[in-house]
Design a binder for this molecule. Structure first.
Ligand code: NDP
Ligand SMILES: N[C@@H](CC=O)C(=O)O
Length: 368
């Protein structure tokens, strides 16, 4: 993420929402669910020339929504929505999409809501396209994944580039290899931008919780950072990749190591954040232990050839590829039937508002 677009600036809405709706003609009409870190950055992109053929006809946060043309064109749309707008009502929001004369109608999900993700397949079946940063369907229960596949088999489009690597070309590569008859053998790497940011920097000199707060401020973490620290978000990405490679894994088939102590698990998000310093001592001990052997800690995801999947904290030597990452770098090493001597490696920033919003925009534009 660059220095200009902090979540605070995204959250204050001053940078987003400039005359988005008032342009014509629109080839693609869309509604946006979620105006947080990613949704706010997406609104900014809608104001750039590449989005000229897109028409925003509705936008919603968790409490309010807006479908009025003048309001959607307001410079401070995102901020305005915090104070005013209609009560949340998906039916009314989708009516706005139906009322549009655009040939292509898209629902963009920039939330982390499992309830909304559970509706993706239904929306696809009704003829809308769905573009999502929300991993809860693709990386959730296998039954949901199967329902999604049924909807896709009928020709609907599901833009999910943002769900893995914040838009790094991982899913597209995997699908392309598969379409060419190449099979995934193993998959390994760092699939979390926030955990990468944390462990790339953590050397024991600053409390882990201070780094976590930095990651949160930069917009790298999930709305509740325990989704990252628990390994849940990494497990979702591993499931999305594995399923796209043909491994129909259930959520209970991924071994997940959580970094969240038992005492911090049952709290609401604010209470957890207030006690985040309780993460410090256990991680300092893990770090010191690894350091005695000259090693470092990295949170890795692995899928082996037998379909065994694990995500967790691993001690690696400083020469390990995952030990040489920077910032929010993700790393995906794909060993396949044709890339078997050396893996195909995809690496780059794997979290942050701008790259993630760009992944959403790319998926929307691909529908045109
Ligand atoms: N941050 C990143 O780097 C990346 C994030 N993602 C994914 O993007 C998604 C959003 O993340 P992020 O922007 O960081 O999260 P935020 O918490 O910043 O934003 C979430 C937004 O979703 C809104 N929301 C929640 N429930 C609903 C609902 N039922 N209807 C409409 N809006 C709702 C929230 O509303 P309110 O404002 O009222 O709280 C908020 O505006 C997550 O699924 C995340 O995994 C994916 C790749 C990278
Ligand atoms: N919280 C996630 C954001 C992208 O999915 C991460 O840290 O990778």
């Amino acid at each position: 993420m660059n220095a200009v677009l902090t979540p605070e600036k995204v959250r204050d809405g001053s940078k987003a929402g400039v005359a988005i709706a008032a342009r014509a003609p629109a080839g693609i009409a869309l509604v946006l669910l979620g105006t947080g870190v990613v949704g706010g950055a997406f609104l900014k992109l809608l104001n750039t020339p590449v989005a000229a053929a897109l028409r925003l006809v509705g936008v919603a946060n968790s409490r309010r929504q807006q479908t009025a043309v003048e309001a959607l064109a307001d410079r401070g749309l995102r901020e305005q929505l915090k104070r005013q707008g209609d009560a949340r009502d998906d039916v009314k929001l989708l009516n706005a999409l139906d009322a549009s004369d655009a040939a292509v109608k898209v629902i963009v999900d920039a939330t982390a809501s499992a309830e909304l993700a559970a509706r993706h397949a239904e929306w696809l079946a009704r003829g809308y396209h769905v573009v999502t940063a929300n991993k809860s369907l693709g990386g959730g229960e296998l039954s949901g994944w199967r329902t999604l596949q049924e909807a896709l088999a009928k020709g609907a489009h599901y833009g999910d580039a943002a769900t893995v690597g914040a838009g790094l070309p991982v899913l597209s590569t995997l699908r392309r290899l598969r379409a060419c008859g190449d099979g995934l053998l193993t998959l390994e790497g760092v699939f979390s931008g926030s955990l990468s940011y944390l462990f790339n920097q953590y050397d024991g000199s600053r409390p882990f919780s201070a780094l976590l707060e930095e990651a949160r401020q930069q917009g790298y973490t999930e709305p509740d950072p325990r989704s990252d620290l628990s390994g849940e978000d990494v497990a979702r990405k591993l499931l999305i990749l594995a399923r796209n490679a043909g491994f129909a894994l259930g959520t209970d088939e991924v071994e997940v190591e959580s970094l969240v102590p038992e005492s911090l698990r049952g709290l609401d998000t604010q209470a957890f954040l207030a006690r985040a310093d309780e993460l410090d001592a256990p991680l300092a001990a893990r770090h010191a232990e690894a350091a005695t052997r000259g090693n470092v800690l990295r949170y890795l995801a692995r899928l082996n050839q037998r379909g065994h999947a694990r995500v967790g904290l691993v001690e690696v030597s400083p020469t390990h590829p995952a030990a040489r990452l920077y910032g929010t770098d993700n790393q995906f090493a794909l060993t396949t039937t044709r890339y078997h001597t050396q893996p195909l490696v995809i690496q780059g920033p794997g979290a942050g508002p701008e790259v993630t919003a760009q992944a959403l925009l790319g998926d929307v534009l691909a529908l045109g």
